[in-house]
Design a protein around this ligand. Structure first.
Ligand code: NAD
Length: 325
């Protein structure tokens, strides 16, 4: 995309945890008329459709993706629609259909419509044979979850469309995303969001991952910043494209609980381990090395554990007082 071209952005899966906030971030940056939110479900609460144009779109329908791109003269796509890790384990065939067919439909439509594409990969693209401490940018990727299979294949497919067809594909490997807007859609890191709602509402939380399980995490404002920055990065500086490791913090459940206790002293946590999600978490990095993103497009997060926790508690306490949960 030329430097002076106005970005006209399509967001798929826009009603999800990330999409519902990224869409508003994109609107603030590029203007409400230049962002088109889409999802397979209608926007029942009008959360986005009162802010930006909204259309129903099933990403597995090639023609529909192309129609929306043409109708709204889109030149950049944030492709977020997917099934997440815990859901994909329960419905592997659906995960393949939505995550892979959805992606190839978007890539072919992008090729035809000359659009750039943002594809969010995940820490789920790693597996038990990956070095899990300081996980390098370029390393072994043999995930054993269905979600991971689709994310590695997605990274490769995006690279393929760039090299073979010149589609400007870019992306990051997101860690667990912590947010206070839309609830997470069934991932392995969801505990790090649920814990805040539970701490504020009942001062107790039962964690589905066991003590000592270290995972990378990021607060939503940083996730939005990463997605926008990588898409706006000078292509001449990019040696990688579709799978930049990005992280902001890593912690275990007990470390997060201790941080919350600084604000809510009588908070208590116990454990009831979900073996499926524990197995997935154990196969993901304890912490990643994100120096490639820092070097190639200036990535740096704004929120560490303390700053994220303080903000989450402030926002959710207000929402709880307003009777929103
Ligand atoms: P989510 O589950 O909250 O939202 C996904 C959205 O996609 C939902 O609104 C759903 O209705 C929609 N959708 C499902 N099938 C569709 C279809 N066929 N066509 C169109 N829309 C469809 O997910 P999220 O947490 O917002 O994640 C967005 C992306 O980021 C996904 O690709 C996910 O793998 C990736 N990611 C998320 C995290 C995280 O912690 N949330 C971490 C790493 C990567």
């Amino acid at each position: 995309m030329g430097m002076n071209t106005v970005r006209r952005v399509l967001v798929t899966g826009a009603l999800g945890q990330i999409g519902s906030e990224l869409t508003l971030g994109l609107r603030d940056r590029y203007g409400a008329d230049n962002v088109i939110a889409t999802d397979i479900q209608p926007d029942a609460t009008k959360k986005l459709s009162s802010q930006v144009p909204f259309a129903l779109l099933d990403v597995t329908k090639q023609e529909n993706v192309e129609e929306v791109i043409t109708k709204y003269r889109v030149n950049a796509i944030y492709h977020l629609a997917a099934l997440l890790s815990a859901v994909a384990e329960k419905k592997p065939r659906d995960a393949w259909e939505i995550n892979m067919k959805g992606l190839i439909c978007v890539l072919d439509a992008a090729r035809a419509g000359k659009c750039s594409v943002f594809f969010p990969s995940s820490i789920g693209a790693f597996g038990p044979s990956t070095p899990l401490n300081g996980t390098p940018q370029d390393t072994i990727q043999r995930p054993e979850s269905m979600y991971g299979v689709t994310k590695v294949a997605g990274e490769l497919l995006c690279d393929y469309y760039f090299k073979r067809f010149g589609v400007d594909t870019r992306g990051v490997r997101f860690p667990g995303i912590i947010s206070n807007g839309t609830l997470p859609g069934g991932g392995t890191t969801d505990y790090a969001v649920e814990i805040f709602y539970a701490a504020i509402k009942q001062k107790r939380y039962t964690c589905f991952l066991k003590e000592g399980t270290s995972l990378d995490m990021m607060y939503m404002p940083d996730a939005i910043k990463a997605a926008v920055s990588v898409m706006e990065a000078d292509p001449g500086r990019l040696r990688h494209r579709n799978s930049f490791n990005v992280t902001a913090m890593h912690f275990t459940p007990e470390v997060l609980a201790a941080e919350i206790k600084k604000h809510i002293p009588d908070f208590a946590m116990d454990y009831r381990v979900d073996p499926m999600r524990q197995r997935i978490a154990d196969s993901w990095p304890n912490y990643m090395d994100d120096s490639a993103a820092r070097e190639e497009w200036g990535w740096h997060p704004d929120y560490d554990l303390a700053a994220m926790t303080e903000d989450m508690i402030a926002v959710l306490t207000r929402k709880h007082q307003e009777g929103l949960f």
